[in-house]
Design a protein around this ligand. Structure first.
Ligand code: ZN
Length: 414
């Protein structure tokens, strides 16, 4: 059996309306996580365009790349970021405080290497992870986190309930925006959850993307740019009701929405967040058209800034070879002619080249041996963590270009 590598939607993935309007075109790009071992390897490219559904307002990509191509040997591993490990404790406490007392049965959708489920294991809870990346699911198993190597949906959920029963808590962090058939995933979550159980969905919030110009979060894996409104609509289709929200620093600004089958009273935090979203106009078309114009302006500013440093004879390196940095580099046309190398701490990425822009990825020591003058902080949402590491381990001085949030800025780093 062969699958089409990609297809263009003709209707909204959530409500099936044919009224969809393009918002921003980032050009054809290679898959953001398709790092290459050989510089000469060529990669297929796919259109990278976001559109807005006129009917339900959901912001989404026009192109769906087959998940078999996107996710099978996924290189991002949650545990490699210290920030993610710290945050997993906070996430666990917050979810547990919204569940019944006593040991829980907890299911995580797209559980990656099990970093978050480990916090529940430490409490004595029974856990089950589901993750389609076989190499990473196997790593989690070795670490004692039971993990099913599958794409989660209603059918998989039925099998889980038959074998292991219903869950007290089910959560999905940064996965609902990544699956084309989001309706099927939330249907599966609803099926797994006990009547008095608590669900949680974490997602990069559209209001922050809009305000702070996070166009770098647009890549083929990220199919939806959700707001509280669009998540609420998605959940209500399968009889789930959101009742509370917390914020997290993940992705540079995320929401965790808590929901249940039984209607619970909406918390003041939830009501206030919905009002704030309304005031910003996340659900209206005009702010998104304006977003597209601001992105275009940002691209020119950032490119000129990096080119000017290069023209002064400065040695420039990038920091952070993530999916997000791939979009930014490709959209802004910043490649191996401008950047000597890109630093990344994940060993799986070392000695590979960035897709479309051909920059060699190296560990921090090798990059600082080159005595760079300027760092382009591509992983700008990990700013504090990265600055602390550079101070502690490299004693480096120079200039840091902060591409986002908002307009690019230059920081003197001493
Ligand atoms: Zn729609």
């Amino acid at each position: 059996m062969t699958t089409d590598p990609s297809s263009t939607i003709v209707a909204c993935r959530i409500c099936e309306s044919a009224k969809i309007t393009p918002v921003l075109d980032l050009g054809r790009q290679a898959l953001a996580n398709s790092l290459r071992r050989e510089r000469a390897d060529t990669l297929p490219t796919y259109p990278l365009i976001i559109c807005r559904c006129d009917e339900c307002g959901t912001i989404q990509l026009t192109e769906t790349v087959a998940p078999e191509i996107l996710f099978m040997d996924y290189v991002w591993v949650t545990g490699t970021s210290e920030g993610a490990r710290d945050y997993s404790r906070v996430f666990c406490e917050r979810l547990v405080s919204r569940c019944r007392a006593g040991p829980l049965f907890v299911i995580e959708i797209a559980s990656n290497d099990g970093t978050f489920l480990k916090r529940f294991v430490e409490r004595g809870d029974r856990v089950l992870g589901v993750d389609p990346a076989q190499n990473i699911a196997a790593m989690a198993e070795r670490d004692g986190v039971r993990t099913l190597p599958e794409f989660f949906g209603l059918e998989v959920a039925k099998g889980i309930v038959e074998r292991s029963g219903e869950a007290d808590a089910v959560f999905a962090r940064n996965v609902i925006p990544h699956v084309a058939n989001a309706n099927d995933v939330v249907a599966g979550m609803a099926h797994c959850l006990k009547a008095d159980g608590t669900g949680a969905i974490e997602f990069h919030r559209a209001d922050v993307i809009l305000e702070e110009l996070h166009y770098d979060s647009i890549y083929h894996e990220h199919l939806y740019f959700h707001s509280l409104h669009s998540i609420g609509r998605l959940l209500s289709r399968v009889g789930l009701t959101p009742f509370d929200v917390t914020t997290s620093p993940i992705s540079g600004g995320s929401f965790v929405v808590y929901f249940s089958k039984i209607k619970r009273p909406r918390t003041p935090a939830f009501t206030a967040a919905v009002r704030a979203e309304d005031a910003l106009g996340t659900g209206r078309p005009e702010p998104w058209q304006e977003f597209a114009q601001r992105c275009e302006r940002h691209r020119k500013m950032l490119r000129s800034l990096v080119e000017a440093k290069k023209a002064e004879g400065k040695r420039i390196i990038g920091y952070g070879a993530s999916a997000r940095s791939s979009t930014m580099l490709n959209y802004c046309g910043i490649d191996s002619r401008l950047l000597d190398v890109i630093v990344d701490r994940a060993p799986l990425k070392h000695d590979a080249y960035t897709p479309g822009t051909n920059v060699l990825i190296v560990p921090p020591d090798r990059a600082f041996d080159l005595k760079p003058d300027v760092i382009l902080l591509l992983a700008w949402n990990f700013r504090d963590e990265i600055f602390a590491q550079i101070r502690a381990e490299h004693g480096w001085r120079g200039q840091v270009i902060m591409p986002l949030p908002g307009d690019p800025t230059v920081v003197d780093f001493e």
